[in-house]
Design a protein. Sequence first.
Length: 338
Amino acid sequence: MPSSVAAQSTPDLSAYDLLAPQLSGGKDSAPMMAVFMTAARAAGVDDRVISYHSSLGPLEWPAVVFCGIRYPGVSELASLQSAAFGVPSSRHIEVTRTVPGPGGSRMPRSMLAEVAAYGRFPRLGSPFCRTYAKQSVVSTAWTPIVRHLREELGRPVRVLKIMGLRSEESRDRKKRPIFHRVLANSARVVDEWLPIKDWSTAAVKEWHADAPVPSCWTYDSVPGAGDWAGTSRCSCSLCVFASKHDVLLALGRRPRLAALYAEVEQARGDSFCASWRITDLIRHAALCGAPDPGVVCPDDGPEFTALEDQVRAALQQEPRKEPKLARGADRALCDGCS
């Protein structure tokens, strides 16, 4: 592929052998998919699309039943987002990081278990969760397709990664180019396109008013309310990059998961965020109040039990890194919980 291609602001979709949208199941993935698939059909290359969702397992928002109605979880929403815009189910792939299991099998490896083994939580300067649980997992999933196409084409395979990242989400994402090259080697050339990078949050919410696929229930005060008064993010239920309001709301919605994060925090000494600990937030919620969760996830299934076992097994080992970013103990979040 000529180097000039990656200098453009919008890619020529017909120049790629594999078009690979990455769907988080969040509010930005659906409009991204709508914009991208419209362009792919216009270019006559929608048959080259394979969508991917990197599942976080029990760490992502699960399905819930509220007032007798079932609301899908994040992984299911990613699948619905793909299907809603014309991608056959056979071309939507859910991937997750795995480790060797009994008898030569593979078993999921949770990001929280990795944090417990590593000894530190992700930070803005070291967001290893994105590489560990998302980027490298999807990249590995491309390998069989890349290997097959490279043998067939006799050249590096051209891959376009499409994502729903937007400028309003963070300073780092504002600086990120709409279109740029991220990798080039003898096997593959990978470019990245952010088709809704300049969309405002208000525009995304307005788009969802008539969307052919629902948004995740966690965005609302209670499932089905449609008021966008819940969490502002939809990825990890307890994200180290989320706002304090989002984390407090998540503590109420997933208390068992919050307690497991606190267990890791206390065992390793590093704080959940650079500025405060999840242990402090749990205490703050108990003493000073927190947003009404609206719904509480029981987290009582076998997947959650496996997560607990994995995390506690990791905590029995010495951490790979000593925490350097832990903040002082017992620092109050407000006067009421001092």
